[in-house]
Design a protein. Structure first.
Ligand code: LLP
Length: 471
């Protein structure tokens, strides 16, 4: 476990830089800054060998900076941990809802990960990035017929969430245009009834959830599926929630899922894949203490091996689908500091050139972030300020009581841990163009998302003839 972060107040930005030994021993999900973060001779933050202030000059502000090494290291740690601790087969899928774009999909694919997609749009992006359908799993609790059609055409596995989808697939297989793709490869998503401690909006395992089949209807479900020649049910799936630090819920889940496998066998359904979902948390603030990737994977493997051995059934292929713990800490968002407002005896606000449109997590989940100032890494963090976004919304606060050095307009604020569910949940609120994103590594930076322009903002707008201003 990382010991880098001393309890109490941060003294300066360098506290968040890992030592050489820590870089080798931690999981990326345990580090606040990307693994490659360092401070150069100008006292500037570097990521992937690139000076952050130079990146901002080159690519503009705000900017998402994604560290390739952190992302690849996390992919490898998942993959290697399963290889080390599990005797059966395994496949790690990237939950691309965390950040779905061509470059990220291409990186995880090159690390031999599969991809979990949650819509036709994510599926399209994954395929365009070069991912193969046989390693793509389609989620969502309300897949449209269109989405199911693309899924079966591209040979991906459909993680069926409910009876409506099951019936739609059966009907699709009876349609001449889609019958040749049958039997369709499916998994069944079940609600495990396992609770975990996380924000209510990102908890999914409890029985009262919109996701998945009710496990009390398992007999009816397996009886139905076993009779469908057009469906090849290869697995069961469950996901209990996100940003989870406890290990017990996933171990309980793994044991419960083996029970589902046993039941499926009584209906002569040959289930060979067991997908335990994602959910491993990351360190957003010093006191967060998530298990490492290895510490999360190992007990799941042990539980599956033990329960299968007791039940005398063959080991299934284990799948998991992490999102946040793969990419969350690999990225930072930089902002340019602008206006400030001091309310004597109350607080000082410092405003930046982005906000809830590029990071909706603070306003949505009250998520807490930490920041450093890229051009003042060794300057003592003597100021307590509230970092405000630039949107017309009082709740648009990125960080309450951030401890940072004294700043002036033009300084570069760096918010850490913004790789997961930031770009993917970004919006154009107040018609702010979305920021650019760059991928950094070995001193090089490549653009992976272009900054939106004002022209982009009106690209989909239509102005009816009768509203056009006559000359
Ligand atoms: N699998 C399924 C079926 C999921 O629904 C999710 C996340 C994952 C995997 C990946 O979970 P992760 O490893 O990233 O925890 N927008 C929220 C998070 C929503 C999570 C949705 N599902 C946030 O910003 O915290």
């Amino acid at each position: 476990m990382v010991s880098t972060y001393p309890a109490g107040v941060q003294t300066n930005g360098s506290n968040f830089i890992l030592s050489k030994e820590e870089k080798e021993s931690v999981s990326p999900n345990q580090s606040l800054l990307p693994l490659t973060a360092s401070i150069n001779k100008n006292d500037n933050l570097e990521i992937g060998g690139c000076d952050v202030t130079t990146l901002v000059k080159q690519f503009g502000s705000p900017l998402y900076i994604l560290d390739e090494e952190s992302l690849r290291t996390a992919c490898r740690q998942y993959r290697d941990s399963f290889k080390q601790y599990y005797k059966g087969e395994s496949q790690v899928l990237y939950a691309s809802k965390a950040w779905n774009c061509l470059a990220v999909c291409a990186i995880v694919t090159s690390e031999n990960l599969g991809i979990d997609v949650a819509s036709g749009g994510e599926l399209y992006t994954a395929i365009q990035s070069g991912a193969n359908g046989d390693k793509i799993y389609l989620h969502s609790n309300n897949k449209s017929r269109d989405e199911l059609q693309i899924a079966v055409e591209s040979g991906c596995t459909v993680v069926v969430d409910n009876w409506h989808e099951l019936n739609t697939l059966v009907k699709l297989a009876a349609d001449d245009s889609y019958s040749s793709y049958a039997p369709y490869r499916i998994m069944l998503r079940l609600t495990p009834g396992i609770d975990c401690h996380t924000h209510d909006y990102i908890r999914t395992g409890q029985l009262d959830s919109k996701f998945g089949f009710d496990p009390n209807a398992l007999d009816e479900l397996f009886a139905f599926v076993s009779k469908q020649k057009s469906l090849n049910c290869v697995g069961v799936h469950a996901h209990i929630g996100s940003q989870i630090f406890e290990r017990q819920p996933h171990q309980d889940l793994a044991a419960l899922m083996v029970e589902w496998l046993k039941k499926a066998a009584t209906y002569k359904i040959n289930i060979t894949e067991l997908n335990v979902g994602g959910g491993l948390g990351i360190r957003y603030i010093e006191s967060d203490d998530p298990p490492s990737i290895e510490e999360w994977v190992k007990p799941i493997c042990e539980v599956v091996e033990q329960t299968c051995s007791t039940a005398n059934i063959p080991l299934p292929k284990i799948l998991c689908e992490p999102g946040r713990s793969l990419i969350g800490t690999a990225c930072v968002t930089t902002y340019s500091i602008g206006a400030s407002k001091e309310i004597p005896g109350i607080r000082k606000y410092i405003a930046v050139d982005g906000g809830m449109s590029d990071n909706p997590r603070p306003i949505t989940y009250q998520s807490i972030y930490r920041a450093v100032v890229a051009n003042k890494m060794s300057v003592p963090s003597t100021e307590k300020v509230t970092i405000a976004g630039k949107h017309c919304e009082s709740g648009d606060i990125l960080i309450h009581d951030a401890q940072i050095p004294p700043t002036e307009p033009g300084d570069t604020l760096v918010v850490m841990g913004t790789g997961a569910y930031n770009y993917s949940m970004s919006s154009n609120y107040n018609r702010l163009p979305r920021p650019a994103a760059v991928l950094v590594g070995n001193g090089e930076a490549s653009l992976i998302l272009q900054r939106e322009s004002y022209q982009d903002l009106i690209r989909q707008d239509c102005l009816p003839e009768r509203l056009k201003k006559s000359e």
